[in-house]
Design a protein around this ligand. Structure first.
Ligand code: CS2
Ligand code: MG
Length: 402
């Protein structure tokens, strides 16, 4: 019987910081997992190195479910982003190994292809409306059939989602950048630029928008109502989702579809959102919601309630977890859409292979496993750099949700 011989944790910053787990079996088969938690990377690296790796060595790598249950129930302290990101990385690496051992791409182990490709959306943004419209045009020209639109709100330095450079990277400073936020200014401005996008480009593509946790439930209901004529594919994270009941109010007032879950890390965190159909898309990911083993459970629960998948796929999810998500996206019956922001040049020097984009859709590699390789030698050229996500403050100086 093959056993887990070693598990190594790599922390490097090729374009941005990534934490990568590599498990090697006694047969010499390796599996990769993404353990990146934006702004708290070293916490997960330590959780893996100091607490999980000693428990993995010597185990049977084929026992994926058993190891998941052992790491989840055996911790006593359950759930939360650090624990679940660490478990996600182990789980993903074991599925990679299972695919390589079986000689099959991982999607074949998940039920095989249910669709020809995985519909993708990317991020158009602008420091003003004309720049946003040009950026939407750019993504349509690249073949995207779904585009997210975010524009800077005049005089509000803390508007979420406005890219500087090739890819949007919010974790950009050595300490949290405290940014001003004005909800009223956002509510006065954002519906207008979403309407301007529809005005210019029509309704022949999916238009998405990320509110990014900024509104109260009532403000979110008002916003959703205001943008109904824009026929959004979804409004994302309209209000913080710790209080799942808050979404009942939004549902009572608007038919704008709702997407939630990128920062939620277990089935229990989305249980009522799904079973009460308070959301239309669940955004949980392989990277942070327990790997393929747990994410598949979330997606199966969602399928019972006509909730579709819409996994997070920002730059801080490495090519490993993005690839794993696309393998699952390809197979699940209730797939909705996959976020795809792409990665920086430096990132692709360290992570080789993974998904390909063509004609608006993503495709996983056909080789056994997940189809991603990690070049630790190249990674040495990009030593770890501490980076934090911003913190938002209202105009009166009090902390707001970023
Ligand atoms: C965003 C992310 O991609 C998204 O929908 O919410 O940019 C998010 O802010 C970052 O991934 C947080 O690390
Ligand atoms: Mg988001």
């Amino acid at each position: 019987m093959s056993t887990i011989e070693r598990a190594e944790v790599f922390v490097a910053s090729p374009g941005r910081t990534f934490v990568t787990l590599r498990i090697t079996t006694s047969d010499g088969v390796t599996g990769l997992g993404d353990a990146t938690l934006n702004g708290r990377e070293l916490a997960v690296a330590s959780y893996l190195r100091d607490h999980l790796v000693p428990l993995l060595v010597g185990r049977d790598p084929a026992r994926v479910e058993d190891i998941w249950q052992y790491l989840y129930r055996g911790a006593y302290w359950r759930r939360g982003p650090v624990t679940m990101t660490a478990i996600s990385a182990v789980d993903t690496a074991l599925w990679d190994i299972k695919g390589k051992t079986a000689g099959l791409p991982v999607y074949q182990l998940l039920g095989g292809r249910s669709r020809d490709g995985v519909l993708a959306y990317s991020h158009a943004s602008g420091t003003d409306v004309p720049e946003l419209l040009d950026d939407v045009q750019r993504f349509l020209d690249l073949g995207y059939r779904a585009v997210r639109a975010q524009a800077a709100v005049p005089d509000v330095g803390g508007t979420y989602g406005v890219r500087k450079g090739r890819v949007y990277e919010p974790a950009a400073t050595a300490l949290p950048d405290e940014q001003p936020w004005d909800t009223q200014a956002y509510l006065n401005f954002a519906p207008g630029y979403l309407a301007a996008v529809r005005e210019r480009f029509g309704f022949g593509f999916h238009l998405l928008h990320d509110v990014h946790h900024r509104l109260t439930p009532l403000e979110a209901a008002q916003f959703g109502k205001r943008v109904e004529d824009c026929r959004l594919f979804w409004m994302e994270d309209p209000t913080p989702a710790e209080n799942q009941e808050a979404f009942r109010l939004i549902r009572q007032h608007t038919t704008t579809p709702v997407a939630v879950g990128e920062n939620l890390t277990s089935i229990w965190d989305v249980q009522h959102l799904i079973t009460e159909q308070l959301v239309d898309y669940v955004r949980t990911t392989v990277a942070h919601a327990g790997g393929l083993t747990h994410l598949r459970r979330i997606f199966d629960l969602a399928a019972l309630y006509q909730v579709r998948t819409g996994s997070h796929g920002a730059t801080d999810l490495s090519p490993i977890s993005l690839a794993a998500n696309v393998h699952l996206d390809l197979a699940v019956p209730n797939f909705g859409i996959q976020e795809y922001m792409g990665h920086a040049e430096e990132t692709t020097e360290v992570f080789h292979g993974g998904v390909t984009f063509a004609d608006g859709m993503l495709h996983p590699a056909e080789e056994p496993g997940l189809g991603v390789a990690y070049d630790e030698k190249a990674a040495e050229r990009f030593p770890y750099q501490a980076r934090y996500l911003p913190v938002a403050r209202r105009l009166d100086g009090s902390v707001h949700d970023w």
